[in-house]
Design a protein around this ligand. Structure first.
Ligand code: NAD
Length: 421
């Protein structure tokens, strides 16, 4: 984490204000969007494997549902806080509006370290949390998905608990209460890699626009989880090599490039990059100063502040994570001419394929991987082009452009529906 005093929700609010000015957003719409609709905080007890009872704090923040049901990930991490989740929930609203997906925005999570728990404890924590959320989630109301510290298995436990506790006549129709499920329990082909895949589509578009050859290009990657590992494997197919990697356990450098498949297998079995056999350990400072073409932050928010932005030695920052560059860092990157592919565009492949999963569940269908891949590619590339051309037309950065396009869509619907009563 950077050391600057940083409030994530206030930073996102700042981006919203910038974009609102670009499109002359009516003040009352900006006011409505300035706070989440609902903020749910619950405490629930869970029995640990050793018999001890622990109390957990869970959150679900529902930012906006103008365009459709609330939608957004569930995070298990020791730093989960109300402020961060408010920021992340609002970003889901912008993402879905930008991608033209009929969902609103939400985010939730539990403040704890999932790595410190056994599989059975994780299952009980997940089930009690889902029970505590009760009817505050639902297939047409609020649809969780995986985020940091959660995965397809956690989603399946959430789905199963919801089906068994909220009395429904047609239990199978409730499967779409969560997305990002495993394939066998109703997930979609292509969902696991979707965020990394969407990010890579954006990088390819950026490279084409800049006449930049990705074959032989280099990359620095922070976070080797769902987003980071898939992005690395897909970039390798395009000839991009990963020179430096990092996660919560440390940082490593390999001038010959890391093998992303072996790396991802190592992380899957060991839980982190710790003990990875190739390359050598480096400091966080050395990691950020590594010379490469692209930096992909795919871990947490607030990783690039002033110091990191001054150190980065790349052409492009492609935001796989949400909010990885703070406003102080962003200003420096802009001054240095380092381009940023903003999170609400660059990592929106995940929620896009989540929408495909939800649609398949609703229609009792199962689409082929090729179909999902084609749809995602079309959606990412056309949205990238829309954001880039709007940014150029208005002479603004891509983040402001992405927010402005999202706000335009919300503005239109608010103009038609107006305020109840
Ligand atoms: P994950 O849990 O699979 O991986 C998280 C990675 O971050 C791990 O490699 C972990 O070691 C690393 N990490 C955690 N704390 C760190 C620290 N203090 N310093 C350095 N590294 C640290 O999570 P994910 O699903 O890959 O999510 C990563 C980012 O992408 C998050 O910002 C998330 O909100 C965003 N995102 C995820 C999805 C998705 O579909 N999973 C979609 C959109 C955005």
């Amino acid at each position: 984490m950077t050391t600057e005093r940083y409030e994530f929700f206030a930073a996102v609010q700042g981006y919203l204000d910038n974009a609102a000015r670009v499109i002359d957003l009516p003040p009352h719409v900006g006011l409505i969007l300035s706070q989440p609709k609902n903020e749910l905080i619950c405490h629930f007890p869970v029995r640990m494997d050793n018999g001890e009872v622990r109390l957990f704090k869970g959150y679900r923040i529902q930012h906006n549902n103008l365009l459709g049901p609330y939608k957004g990930g569930i995070r298990y991490h020791e730093t989960v806080s109300l402020d961060d989740l408010k920021a992340l929930a609002s970003m889901m609203t912008w993402k879905c509006a930008l991608m033209n997906i009929p969902f609103g925005g939400a985010k939730g999570g539990i403040k704890f370290n999932p790595r410190a728990h056994s599989k059975t404890e994780l299952m009980r924590v997940t089930r009690r949390f889902t029970h505590a959320l009760g009817s505050n989630i639902g297939p047409e109301y609020d649809i969780p998905a995986p985020d940091v510290g959660t995965n397809g298995q956690i989603m399946v436990w959430m789905m199963d608990t919801y089906m068994n506790t909220v009395g429904h006549f047609d239990k199978n129709a409730q499967r779409r209460v969560v997305t990002g499920k495993t394939l066998s329990s109703g997930g979609s082909a292509g969902r696991e890699k979707a965020t990394g895949q969407g990010l890579v589509h954006c990088i390819v578009e950026w490279a084409e626009d800049h006449h930049f050859n990705l074959e032989g290009a280099t990359c620095v990657l922070q976070g080797v989880g769902n987003v980071g590992s898939h992005a690395a494997m897909l970039l390798a197919k395009l000839g991009v090599s990963i020179l430096a990697i990092g996660d919560h356990t440390g940082y490593r450098f390999n001038p010959d490039g890391f093998n992303p498949h072996r790396l991802s297998d190592h992380v899957r079995t060991r839980g982190s990059i710790e003990g990875y056999p190739t390359g050598q350990p480096i400091t966080r400072e050395e990691f950020f100063a590594t010379k490469a073409d692209i930096f992909i932050p795919a871990a947490l928010e607030n990783q690039v502040g002033e110091a990191e932005a001054k150190a980065l030695n790349v052409k492009l920052v492609a935001e796989g994570a949400n909010g990885p560059v703070n406003p102080f860092g962003e200003k420096i990157l802009q001054d240095r001419g380092i381009e940023i592919l903003p999170d609400v565009l660059a990592n929106s492949g995940g929620v896009t394929v989540s929408y495909y999963e939800w649609t398949q569940n609703k229609r009792s269908e199962s689409w082929e991987l090729e179909e999902v891949d084609e749809k995602l590619e079309r959606a990412m590339k056309s949205t990238f082009k829309r954001v880039l051309s709007f940014a150029r037309e208005k002479d603004i950065d891509m983040r402001t452009a992405a927010y402005a396009l999202a706000l335009e869509r919300l503005r239109e619907v608010y103009a038609e529906r107006d305020i109840f009563p």
